[in-house]
Ligand binder design. Structure first.
Ligand SMILES: [Ca+2]
Ligand SMILES: [Ca+2]
Ligand SMILES: [Ca+2]
Ligand SMILES: [Ca+2]
Length: 269
């Protein structure tokens, strides 16, 4: 007697629900307890801001006390094969949200801040810059020259760059409001990110429709830093998520595929 295919034998609604969970990336198989809620598993739980945010590089909004630090401690690229010392680079981040935007706070230690190219579109990844990767619907998949996901490079002068569908770099500074402060080797970056969908059209700019931000929404993301000090190139590249393979180009996948992104869950405590 032929055994039924176990997948085909499942009721259609069950199969559909499991498929949905795989695609969204936020698994309900293993949740976490938070404030009495059993939340889907995610790499980061972003709390909701209940008061308006001031993007001034000063983390005095109460939501920044509620949000947890995430680490940017995964080494993706090292020019000399060695990890950076904590003084050379260390970084951490917090994420929050409201119905209008995502909010990010970065605390970066970098011994030498370097921006040797005045043109924001020229080798922008080889000057010091933050990278915030976002896949609004956590679909995963290729995003190299499309808007399935964005790889926002945020320079020291707060200009924002990513590749467009024409395979050329474009300025997207109107997607992210940024304010950066610095005291000695420590910089604080506060940001507000407008979240566009994969339907983004360059011709419409910020008139494009934005994603609906609400409790329970799962977003693909990575936080990363390109550290250039004295060579005029990216000496270290650190990110928020482990990527398999030897240190170097094998781990430099985030700019091409959202399959290596982590998951961010919007929560409302
Ligand atoms: Ca602030
Ligand atoms: Ca450094
Ligand atoms: Ca997507
Ligand atoms: Ca640097």
């Amino acid at each position: 007697m032929k055994r039924p295919n176990p997948v085909k034998a499942w009721p259609v609604p069950v199969f559909f629900m499991i498929s949905l969970l795989i695609h969204t990336g936020c698994s309900k198989d293993t949740g976490t307890e938070s404030e009495g809620k059993n939340l889907p598993e995610a790499d980061y739980y972003a709390p909701k801001a209940s008061v308006s945010m001031t993007i001034d590089g000063v983390a005095d909004e109460s939501i920044w006390e509620n949000a947890e630090w995430g680490l940017m401690d995964q080494l993706w690229i090292a020019y000399n094969g060695e990890p950076a010392t904590p003084n050379d680079f260390s970084g951490r981040y917090k994420i929050a949200w409201d119905e209008s935007r995502l909010y990010l706070l970065f605390e970066i230690t970098d011994d030498i801040y370097s921006d040797v190219r005045a043109n924001p579109l020229q080798q922008y990844w080889e000057d010091d810059c933050l990278e915030f990767f976002i896949d609004e619907d956590a679909s995963g998949g290729d995003h190299t020259y499309n808007y399935n996901a964005f790889a926002y490079h945020v320079a020291l002068d707060c200009q924002v760059v990513d590749l467009g569908p024409d395979s050329n770099p474009h300025l997207y500074s109107d997607h992210i409001e940024v304010f950066r402060t610095q005291q000695e080797t420590v910089s604080i970056w506060e940001m507000a990110v407008t979240v566009f969908t994969s339907d983004y059209d360059d011709a419409l700019g910020t008139d494009n429709p934005t994603a609906e931000l609400k409790e329970g929404k799962c977003i693909g993301y990575l936080c990363a830093y390109c550290d250039s000090d004295q060579t005029g190139s990216r000496e270290h590249f650190y990110g928020s998520r482990f990527i398999a393979g030897p240190v170097g180009e094998a781990r430099n996948l985030g700019w091409q595929t959202a399959d290596v992104f982590g998951t961010l869950l919007l929560v409302d405590e």
